[in-house]
Write a new protein. Structure first.
Length: 266
């Protein structure tokens, strides 16, 4: 997530750092009314620019995941560059380099973060960010590295980071990105990591997606994929069983009825 931190969104919305969601929403509505181009016909270009800033700030601060990442980035920016320069100079200090990886991630400099992380793992096979970061920072690093590798379409590497973050987050589900982790893992297991795999590997990924406790409709769609896979490989009984589970979750899903007729006629 590469939210820009060169503009302070809290100042833009004129709220405190600890403002509640309701306060943020109220501030956005008040400012949107004040700066709407229709209310400023003589300064429309200026008003449009103000509205863009207000909307950008609201979109970040009203979303818990984006707000938490933004807060971390803002804190890093405000800490000044001297600490960062010291970390860069300590090339043989693994703890300092681990902090620098996290800094790059929080800044949205994913190319630098990934490059440095891979250099560190090449220098020392046993290197782990978890040995040098506290638990909160390590979880953030796992999430952001998973995101960085997902953007690079390196699905298996992305999965490794997301899955460890997920396992750690299960112990504390109140943290801000647990549900987002589940959704990203679901996409990886059920869409990204099934292409070019053997049937049993595909089934294993589908089952891991189901183990995440995803919404019923999403689970039904995965069971439908499982049924199609079984049917494609001549496992008729297993296909029917998977389809039964899908219809139990979403009885009104029309595509399931069509698929059942197709299987019955084969």
């Amino acid at each position: 997530m590469s939210e820009q931190t060169n503009r302070n969104h809290y100042r833009t919305l004129q709220v405190d750092r600890d403002a509640s969601n309701n306060q943020i929403q109220a501030a956005f509505r008040q400012l949107a009314k004040r700066y709407h181009p229709d209310k400023n016909p003589r300064r429309k270009t200026w008003a449009q620019g103000k509205m863009h800033q207000i909307l950008e700030a609201y979109q970040v601060l009203s979303d818990d995941t984006r707000r938490n990442i933004y807060d971390r980035k803002l804190k890093v920016n405000e800490s000044g560059q001297t600490v960062i320069e010291r970390m860069r100079e300590k090339k043989n200090d693994l703890a300092a380099q681990a902090r620098l990886v996290l800094h790059h991630l929080l800044e949205g400099n994913t190319d630098k973060a990934v490059s440095l992380y891979e250099q560190l793992t090449c220098r020392r096979i046993t290197f782990s960010l978890g040995h040098h970061l506290d638990e909160r920072d390590y979880r953030d690093a796992l999430f952001l590295l998973g995101e960085a590798y997902e953007e690079r379409k390196q699905w298996r590497t992305s999965l490794r980071f997301y899955w460890e973050a997920y396992e750690r987050e299960k112990e504390n589900r109140k943290r801000y990105y647990f549900e987002e982790l589940k959704d990203r893992l679901r996409v990886l297991f059920s869409q990204r990591l099934v292409r070019g795999l053997e049937p049993d590997e595909m089934l294993d990924n589908y089952r891991r997606a189901l183990s995440l406790g995803i919404p019923k409709r999403d689970a039904a769609l995965i069971y439908k994929k499982i049924a199609a896979l079984h049917e494609e490989h001549g496992r008729h009984n297993e296909a029917v069983e998977a389809l039964d589970k899908a219809q139990e979750l979403c009885p009104g899903m029309k595509t399931l009825h069509n698929m059942r007729e197709k299987i019955a006629g084969s």
